[in-house]
Design a protein around this ligand. Structure first.
Ligand code: SME
Length: 205
């Protein structure tokens, strides 16, 4: 099968659960044998973006995508510590040292976006998702204090923290939509599975 066909979505897929099962099967096949993080995150953003574009669950084959941006902000592995910090916090959340260094734009699909994000609480969805190490679903970005508008067309958003193989939070997977209320618990579940595949399937140091 040509690589591009991995992002075709059969019309038999009727639910988000089926959608993510399908995407994950093809993603795992695409990434097999490769552990370089840039390659794998690039391929992941491509299959996700084009699968949303192809699915009637997310607007169908529209000229204007519903999911209009899909990609990563992260501390690149070259700046990663090789092991978790020795002092463990009560919340058991580990970040890079120094944790306040900017998250840099990584592999993505969509229109140009901000190059870096400062991980400061209240300064955007990516920053808050990274710092809390929790998936954040935003139904209406205009009601989210501190939201960073990289594209004025964006109406809703989901941010999923991504950890490396040492369980350190290294960044986020970020998806934007041109409609309100696009992302729900099924997206959270599916995307958390995908970042887990990347956690195990990449060399992070
Ligand atoms: N909206 C994000 C910024 C990144 S762009 O959406 C690609 C935020 O509030 O952090």
């Amino acid at each position: 099968m040509p690589h591009a066909d991995s992002s075709f979505i059969p019309t038999s897929i009727k639910t988000k659960k089926e959608f993510y099962e399908h995407v994950i099967t093809h993603l795992e096949a695409l990434l097999e044998g490769e552990r370089y993080w840039v390659t794998n995150l690039a391929q992941t953003s491509a299959i996700l973006y084009h699968s949303y574009l192809a699915s009637s669950l997310y607007g169908g084959e529209s000229v204007h995508p519903v999911v209009n941006w899909c990609g990563f902000y992260l501390h690149p592995p070259s700046s990663s510590p090789s092991s978790p910090p020795s002092s463990t916090s009560a919340s058991n959340i580990h970040h890079h040292q120094p944790p306040n260094s900017p998250l840099l734009l990584g592999p993505y699909q969509g229109r140009p976006a901000c190059l870096s994000i400062n991980p400061i609480k209240g300064k955007g969805v990516c920053a808050d998702g990274f710092l809390s190490s929790k998936t954040l679903i935003v139904d209406d970005v205009d009601n989210y204090p501190g939201h960073i508008a990289c594209d004025g067309n964006t109406k809703s958003e989901i941010v999923v923290p991504i950890r490396n193989d040492k369980n350190i939070v290294v960044g986020v997977l970020d998806l934007d939509s041109t409609l309100h209320n696009t992302f729900d618990q099924d997206d959270k579940y599916g995307l958390e599975k995908i970042v887990d595949i990347l956690k195990k399937g990449c060399n992070w140091s």
